[in-house]
Ligand binder design. Structure first.
Ligand code: UN1
Length: 512
């Protein structure tokens, strides 16, 4: 079947119907939704206005005031039910992710699995929001640290992980006792509407089982930048978790800081891998291929820069160029496809611009050309590109959200490490080596300066158990596993005197 014969509108309506979204939510609105697979307009959804956004913030604040009183393990029960509902909806929601974003089938399903995984994590976490007991210098005193719900968590998410990023934030925020408000990318409202419907199913079951869940615990705002700005500026939203470009973070971070709000920023990545003389080249080839071409290079963790030791360059690079030339690009719903479309025309133009700049800087380009234009004029498929660069110059230091892999030859390990770190972004990184010293140096204090540093796997495809995020222009935020939950709560230090005297700290005397 050619792209021109595909027709998704009816399938989208059927999926939405099964997930509990009425057909009226898919038509008649001002925000048109297209599938990047064939460019077809698949829905037109309604957008919220400023006055209703403000009212929604008030309502979510009210929900927070009630939800924080529910014991954390009971809050966890709601997330357990959400995990069950997501398991039941996995096939439908995964397919919708593929249709709306253009991910291949296993990546669409994988995204929903990531949501399920974080729900499981958050359920356990709901019994582990541990504080500390701290030794105090005063007799008959106890000092402790306790963690409390914070307030509304505002979530701003990007098109490329349209639902998993909501889940990382919401699952944690909700067990921590917060309510949430979500402003998804304007490119992906359908998966957001579907996710909200799945959440509401979990709430209905929770309430039917006797659980106390206030209305408006999770609010979805479909709208443009103006709606995001209201959220960012509202003093009723103590935490903004924003995922997107560095430009977006540069706008959001200072605005939130101006009102002394907190933000978790997950911004651009420009992730590298170093291939050392002892690397297992078969494994490296697969690791690099998935990290650089997977999701059509549209992950914030995608591999964009490859530093290859001169002794293995001629063994690896021709094989990579061959793999790039033969990888199946096309309809992501077909099981043989590994690379689906770019999200839209803007993304295609930015890719072409970066390739032109790379050529001007002395790069040798393989691939990068547009494919299947005759089948679907409004869909943007590209042959993933490899660019052999003489140095880390031109566009190499920028993040271009497309499948371009810049390759640079090196001969000294420390030089490769310096190149890894010599970009403004600091999200993810990896090294392929069987040399213990190189591997350990890479993950050491003098090694990669990124939030994620891997050995013998690529930089993308993190699992939810670790803290996810990066340094420098990536924004410094951490989401998902480990102790990332602490950013969603407020910390109190409590000192309790159970004696009959009042000794003061630091030996201060103040006897009245
Ligand atoms: C993103 O691209 O915004 O580590 C998130 C990964 C995925 C998440 C990527 N688990 O590649």
């Amino acid at each position: 079947m050619t792209l021109a014969n595909l027709n998704f509108s009816a399938e989208v309506a059927a999926i939405m119907g099964r997930l509990g979204v009425p057909a009226t939510s898919l038509a008649g609105g001002t925000l048109s939704v297209r599938s990047p697979i064939n460019g077809e307009k698949i829905a037109a959804v309604a957008e919220i206005n400023a006055a209703d956004t403000k009212a929604a913030i008030d309502a979510a604040h009210q929900a927070f005031l009630e939800w924080r009183l529910v014991p954390a393990p009971k809050r966890g029960e709601l997330i357990r039910l959400l995990g069950e509902e997501l398991r039941a909806a996995k096939a439908d929601l995964g397919r919708l992710v593929s249709i709306e974003v253009g991910k291949i089938v296993s990546e669409g399903l994988g995204e929903v699995q990531e949501m399920i995984d974080i729900c499981d994590f958050a359920v356990g976490l709901s019994r582990q929001l541990y504080g500390l007991t701290i030794a105090t210098e005063r007799a008959e005193h106890r000092m402790m640290e306790s963690w409390h719900p914070l307030g509304i968590t505002g979530i701003i998410s990007a098109f490329n992980f349209p639902v998993a990023v909501w889940a990382w934030n919401s699952a944690l925020a909700l067990v921590c006792g917060n309510s949430t408000i979500w402003k998804p990318s304007e490119k992906t409202p359908l998966t957001a509407i579907a996710t909200q419907a799945i959440f509401e199913k979990a709430v209905s079951r929770y309430v039917a089982d006797g659980g106390k869940a206030p209305a408006n615990l999770s609010t979805l705002l479909i709208g443009g930048r103006d709606i995001g700005e209201i959220l960012v500026d509202s003093p009723k939203v103590p935490l903004i978790s924003a995922t997107g470009s560095t430009a977006m973070g540069r706008a959001v971070g200072p605005r939130v800081a101006t009102r002394f709000g907190r933000s978790i920023l997950e911004l651009g990545g420009n992730n590298a891998a170093i291939v050392c003389p002892t690397a297992d080249l078969d494994l490296t080839l697969r690791g690099v291929a998935f990290a650089a071409m997977g999701t059509a290079g549209q992950r914030c963790t995608s591999l964009r820069r490859l530093f290859v030791h001169e002794s293995v360059y001629d063994k690896l690079v021709p094989r990579l160029i061959q793999a790039y030339g033969s990888v199946t690009v096309g309809n992501p719903l077909q099981s043989s496809t590994l690379v689906g479309p770019l999200i839209d025309e803007g993304s295609f133009s930015r890719m072409q611009k970066a390739l032109d700049e790379a050529k001007a800087a002395g790069g040798k380009v393989s691939g990068g050309d547009r494919l299947m234009q005759n089948e679907a004029a409004d869909a943007y498929y590209v042959r993933p590109a490899i660019v052999e660069m003489p140095a880390q110059t031109g566009p190499v230091k920028d993040e271009t959200f497309a499948p371009i892999l810049y390759i640079i030859k090196y001969n000294d390990f420390d030089e490769a490490l310096a190149l890894n770190n010599d970009v403004p972004q600091g999200l993810s990184s990896s090294i392929f080596t069987n040399d213990l010293r190189e591997a350990e140096a890479f993950v050491s204090d003098r090694g990669s300066d990124c939030g994620i540093a891997n050995v013998n796997i690529g930089p993308s495809g993190a699992e939810i158990g670790g803290a996810f995020g990066g340094e420098k222009e990536t924004g410094g935020g951490r989401e998902s596993g480990s102790d990332a939950w602490k950013a969603y709560m407020r910390r109190a230090t409590n000192t309790i005197n159970y004696g009959k005297t009042l000794p003061l700290a630091q030996g201060v005397k103040f006897d009245v």
